[in-house]
Design a protein around this ligand. Sequence first.
Ligand SMILES: *Cc1c(COP(=O)(O)O)cnc(C)c1O
Length: 448
Amino acid sequence: MEKFAFERPFIKRLSSGMPSKFGMKTKIEPITVIDDNLVKDLINKYGSPVFVLSEKTIRKTFQGAKRAFTTRYPKVQFAWSYKTNYLDAVCRVFHQEGVWAEVVSGFEYEKAVRNNVSGDHIIFNGPDKSKDDLKKAILNDSPIHIDHFDELYCIIDIAEESDKIPKVAIRVNMDTGIYPQWDRFGFNYENGEAWDALNRIMLSGKLDLIGLHTHIGTFILSSDAYRQAAAKLADLAVGLERKYGHVVKYIDLGGGFASKSNLKGAYLPGTDTAPSFDEYADAITSSLINSQIKPENLPTLILETGRALIDDAGYLLGTVLANKRLADGRRSTILDIGVNILFTSFWYDHSIIPAQPFSEHTEETAIYGPLCMNIDVLREAIDFPPLIKGDHVVINRVGAYNMTQWMQFITMRPNVIIIDGNNKPFIIRNKESVETIISQEKIPPHLQ
Ligand SMILES: *Cc1c(COP(=O)(O)O)cnc(C)c1O
């Protein structure tokens, strides 16, 4: 039998892990295996830290989301939000599932093209589309979601010089009871700006208005906000039909569904508060089918769901570097995972879970990363078992926004692995080397 590591006895003041009004906290179990691969084997083979994605979980989550909508509405199309995780392998899993691409920059547009997504299946969003980007998108028949009047005039300008008719939608922002209101993107519904944009598009005679779009925010915990958003877009669609006899092909409700991660400051865990896909689907589809839109004109419902489709599929594996007592006697544990690669730790209280069986003793512990920087804190204070140098940890629900927002800073970004449907791991992004970083640098002659 393996000997337990000695840990000095201590008297513990109960300050966290106390029962809440719902009872005792749930006991955590170690995560030793991900899709049949031992965590310790993955670390030995691919290094520490390492990001791991489960292809099975991605597909299963997507199929669940799709089912929630297609059982309630006749025409549904998902578009993968590239900025949530644009590693090509991840995008291709979604594209294999029949998901279009939703991009918000010229760079992302290029990535979607290289992933063989046909132009008419790349939705082009965002406030920064250069004239060249717009020309390319128009040539490829991509739906362009217009963000502001300057962009609208630019598209009309391009249309005048070309024989292609740009396919456009407008992004609409609106009051859905979610505050602060996201009113910096698109045209406002309540103050009439959205109608102003629609009228200009219709009267220009040069653009093909194919849809209406909104993205009301992110991590929206209220399905009712979507009910209101869908109703307002349906109202615009009905108005267009009345005024111009024009029928839009789709209504795009954007992304923003909450994942099950724990938001900082939330009283209850994300697993208890995030609405299910069924709840979101109920709100959106009932709003559309109960609107005044004629049944024969019912638009395709497009969804640009990001974090809720991928968060659960991502894991970050790491190793304990050291333990320390802080000046006030509190325990701290230093991991090789910094906030530079776990950007979402600024918003989420991530669960940090030991990757081997652990002692029942727990102590309030601050969990730090390896960066020589005071803000490199993964958790200020959690009830944590005493791990020792070399032990491994798993941080789950990290699939969204980390592999796109990460920074190299004083270290290099680690390997990213996907485990396929047969539980076989593949590297999908190589870890960076000193070479990767300095190959971008140049030394002027006088410093040679
Ligand atoms: C970021 C973004 C999404 C995805 O948002 P999630 O909150 O991750 O679901 C969808 N549409 C647009 C326009 C976005 O900017």
